[in-house]
Design a protein. Structure first.
Length: 349
């Protein structure tokens, strides 16, 4: 059966083609006989007639070509030679491309780090982001592995004996680490820098105005983009979406983790809602990071090949001035000494 699924007819059938030959097309629907029986529709003497129902005028030689059989031996020797050649070509060519790309990426990142830098994140904030990134990605993969257990990447990671119980353990342990990271961030928000962080991250009327101005600029109706401060509306949307998503995933996750306890206090319909919310909130979070966050920090031409602050805590000054021109860190208020004794060169400019 698997060999037919992997054949041309099988692939077309899986794609939804209702006219392609299926099992009954060749073997019949009721009187299915072994291929050695002279009356069988798949007997060697009858193959030209059987195949001719879909392929009029087919030759006896082509009709006798194996359609499916033992996996791995259904192709002719010359076809297998070309298969091996292309596998070698793909590994060699694409592998060389990947190595070349990695070398180039390494050089581009080194070039970024040699430029004058401005501190964007403290080591504490960098580590918070690192733990968040690792736990988030692990939760996404281990969670979706349950829903898409037949996917090739799931079988690759958890397909070995005892792999799926390990998946559950990985998901739950990572969930605990994710919660610890959340508590860590909450404690950070109580510090002086943390309080300023949350103050700067609060959305306001100006964010909606900057969103409008950015759309006008991108669509060609304005000559200048808005001047963002420490955080743009893009980063604020990311942060508060993360806060919301974290609360939803932790709450629903607890109900699913301790289901045996929950069923004593809540109806099944409530737990079904928890499952649906947990699953689709995971999709929302994963897609938001993939589309919104990856673009703004990696694929946007103004920061490509990446904004390095996530691992160095710093941004090139040129990049920072472009992304956050209104941040007070770039234009600090003058001290009393500077006001009393202004720089003559500054007055000239």
């Amino acid at each position: 059966m698997q060999s037919w699924v992997d054949s041309y007819h099988g692939l077309k059938s899986r794609a939804g083609d209702l006219t392609v030959a299926n099992c009954a097309s060749c073997h019949g629907a009721h009187r299915i006989l072994p291929h050695a029986d002279p009356a069988s529709s798949v007997n060697a003497a009858n193959l030209q007639k059987t195949c001719g129902n879909c392929h009029p005028g087919i030759s006896k030689a082509i009709a006798s070509t194996p359609i499916h059989g033992t996996p791995g031996v259904t192709r002719t020797p010359i076809a297998r030679v070309f298969q091996h050649i292309y596998i070698i070509l793909i590994i060699g060519i694409i592998g060389t491309m990947i190595i070349h790309w990695l070398i180039d990426l390494r050089k581009q990142i080194k070039n970024i780090n040699t430029k004058k830098q401005i501190v964007r994140m403290t080591p504490n904030e960098v580590w918070q982001h690192t733990f968040l990134m690792i736990t988030f990605l692990t939760l996404v993969f281990s969670g979706f592995a349950l829903r898409f257990s037949e996917a090739w990447w799931v079988k690759l990671i958890f397909g070995h004996e005892g792999g799926f119980p390990i998946r559950g353990i990985v998901h739950r342990v990572t969930a605990v680490l994710f919660i610890i990271t959340t508590i860590w961030h909450g404690a950070y928000l109580m510090t002086k820098r943390g309080r300023q962080y949350i103050k700067d991250m609060l959305p306001g009327k100006h964010d909606f105005e900057q969103f409008k101005d950015m759309m006008l600029y991108n669509l060609g109706f304005s000559k200048n983009p808005p001047a963002f401060g420490r955080f743009s509306y893009v980063e604020k949307a990311e942060y508060w979406a993360l806060v919301w998503g974290t609360g939803v995933m932790i709450l629903t996750g607890f109900f699913l983790w301790f289901e045996n306890f929950a069923v004593k206090w809540f109806p099944k319909g409530f737990l079904d809602v928890m499952l649906i919310v947990h699953y689709y909130e995971a999709w929302l979070a994963a897609l938001a990071v993939l589309i919104w966050h990856m673009y703004s920090t990696i694929f946007s031409p103004t920061v490509y090949p990446m904004n390095p602050s996530w691992y160095t805590g710093k941004m090139p000054e040129e990049m920072y001035r472009h992304e956050h021109p209104a941040d007070p860190i770039l234009n600090p208020p003058k001290t009393i000494e500077e006001l009393q004794h202004p720089d003559p060169q500054e007055e000239i400019t």
